[in-house]
Design a protein around this ligand. Structure first.
Ligand SMILES: Nc1ncnc2c1ncn2[C@@H]1O[C@H](COP(=O)(O)OP(=O)(O)OP(=O)(O)O)[C@@H](O)[C@H]1O
Ligand SMILES: [Mg+2]
Length: 478
């Protein structure tokens, strides 16, 4: 007898000949495998349905005869290929006369075939090979899941190196309990980043409570955050557990924290320091275990104006993540447009396939006071009003259409008085006087192309088919 397999498998034998079936059953059971039997095709389907829909067992391997009373082993393979049966590896057993059919079985996706009478050692070898392949695949899947988990960027899209570094830091600190302060202009993705931190943390399946501090007046905010006892004030007719209590064990996101009053700030400071507080109108001290993520547009300014407590700022600012305005990472505009176009055209059932060059050029030159949220809204609008196909500048929202024409006019008048520029037959030309030195000519070409492209270096590099680095180097030199 051979050494036992390293790992047992769950095997289904499909064989109408009782003697062969029993022989296989005994041998494979002795080898430590869990074995099920079927004497015909329908019985095999039943067994697969029953076992695979049950909780514990999954058939790893099917050993099937080719000729069965109510069909062939090929029918079983076809069902597996067609996705009707959960994938198992199939070993076909066949009489010598039907090796051709066995080859067909391999073409249909069988793992291997054995001629009858079955050499049991050979069968066990094949089973071992399948098992070791399977565990390799399982390991790869686990590894892949771990990687996915590790780099769970959620829906955040960026191609900017600086932004990627910020997200990497966020993910690196997500496993800790440290307080995080996310700063950035409106629409830069502060909440999105907070979600990413929580989703990558151990508190992922615990409560995640969000509070927009700017939306509530001081009194309401306090009772929202800390809760209140019954009868704490008129109208407080029952006990209310505040957001801090609700977040116990999990995470609280204090959005727009710069907007809270000095009085509430001191209470929050205590929660940060001591992890305790009292409900409004109560004197019982409540202890909690929470992780705090705070967000604000520009809290330092408030600190310098005395509107925000410096000690609270330091407490919050353990890990600082400052998101970059979109106009300072223009390389993100194209990737974001592509994603938003895909998303919205899918959502609205519109087949928008792309964006015109003119519209893209304009969107690349625009400075987005509302950052990514604004760009997202623009693309949502353009997709909604589009009839499909390429979205062009005529679909820009009203407030941008004006800017678009202004920009076009300005570009035209700037260029008209430009000695290095000319227009002919509707095309634009760069004019370089006879006798210009090579280096100067190059300079003129780069400068004028930049100007035509609204000073977008990436696009200019693309147009001139040179590297972005070359552009930077030349500009420095000129
Ligand atoms: N990098 C990004 N990739 C994809 N979507 C983004 C990105 N950044 C922001 N968004 C989207 O833009 C919108 C605004 O993002 P978010 O609410 O996170 O910004 P915010 O900084 O919290 O803004 P505010 O200060 O106005 O609250 C959301 O719909 C968000 O999904
Ligand atoms: Mg926000």
């Amino acid at each position: 007898m051979n050494e036992p397999s390293q790992k047992p498998a769950t095997i289904l034998i499909v064989e109408d000949d009782a003697a062969s079936r029993n022989g296989l059953f005994e041998y494979l059971t002795l080898k430590g495998h869990k074995v099920f039997e079927a004497d015909r095709l329908q019985a095999a389907f039943k067994a697969l349905d029953y076992i695979n829909s049950g909780s514990k067992d999954k058939i790893d391997i099917i050993v099937t005869d080719l000729k069965l009373p109510d069909g062939t082993g090929l029918d079983l393979l076809k069902a597996i290929k067609g996705g009707k049966v959960q994938t198992s590896d199939v070993i076909v057993t066949t009489g010598f006369s039907s090796v051709k059919t066995a080859v067909e079985a391999i073409k249909l996706g069988a793992y291997d075939y054995i001629t009858k009478p079955v050499n049991l050692d050979e069968l066990e070898l094949i089973i071992k090979r399948i098992i070791s392949n399977k565990s390799l695949i399982d390991e790869l899947n686990i590894l892949k899941n771990r990687l996915d988990e590790k780099f769970n960027f959620g829906n955040l899209i960026t191609s900017s190196r600086k932004m990627t570094a910020i997200v990497d830091t966020a993910i690196a600190v997500s496993g800790t309990n440290s307080t995080v302060l996310i700063e950035g202009e409106s629409g830069t993705g502060k909440e999105l980043l907070a979600n990413i931190i929580v989703n990558n943390s151990r508190r992922k399946n615990k409560p995640f409570i969000k509070v927009n501090c700017a939306a509530l007046s001081e009194t309401i905010l306090e009772s929202e955050l800390f809760g209140h006892e019954k009868g704490a004030y008129t109208g407080a007719d029952s006990l209310y557990k505040g957001r801090f209590e609700m977040a116990d064990g999990g995470t609280i996101f204090l959005d727009e924290i710069g907007e809270i009053s000095l009085k509430t700030q001191s209470k929050i400071l205590r929660v940060l320091q001591e992890k305790e507080f009292e409900r409004v109108g109560g004197n019982k001290t409540i202890k909690i275990d929470i992780r705090i993520i705070a967000a604000s547009q520009d809290i330092e300014k408030k600190v310098s104006r005395g509107e925000f407590r410096q000690d609270l700022y330091y407490r919050l600012n353990v890990i600082n993540l400052r998101l970059i305005p979109l106009r300072e990472r223009k390389e993100d505009i194209t990737v974001l447009i592509r994603r938003f176009l895909e998303d919205f055209s899918g959502e609205n059932g519109k087949n928008v396939t792309g964006i015109s060059k003119e519209a893209l050029d304009f969107l690349l030159s625009y400075d987005y006071p509302g950052n990514v949220r604004e760009l997202k809204n623009i693309i949502e609008y353009m997709t909604a009003v589009s009839k499909g196909g390429i979205a062009d500048e005529s679909l820009l929202p009203g407030y941008l259409k004006e800017k678009y024409s202004e920009k076009k006019e300005k570009k035209g008048s700037d260029l008209k008085s430009d000695p290095f520029f000319s227009k002919s037959g509707g095309d634009d030309f760069i004019k370089i006087p006879f006798g210009t030195a090579m280096e100067d000519a190059e300079n003129i070409i780069i400068q004028k192309t930049l100007q035509m492209n609204g000073f977008n270096k990436v696009k200019t590099a693309n147009d001139l088919k040179i590297g972005l680095k070359t552009i930077y180097r030349k500009l420095e030199k000129f």
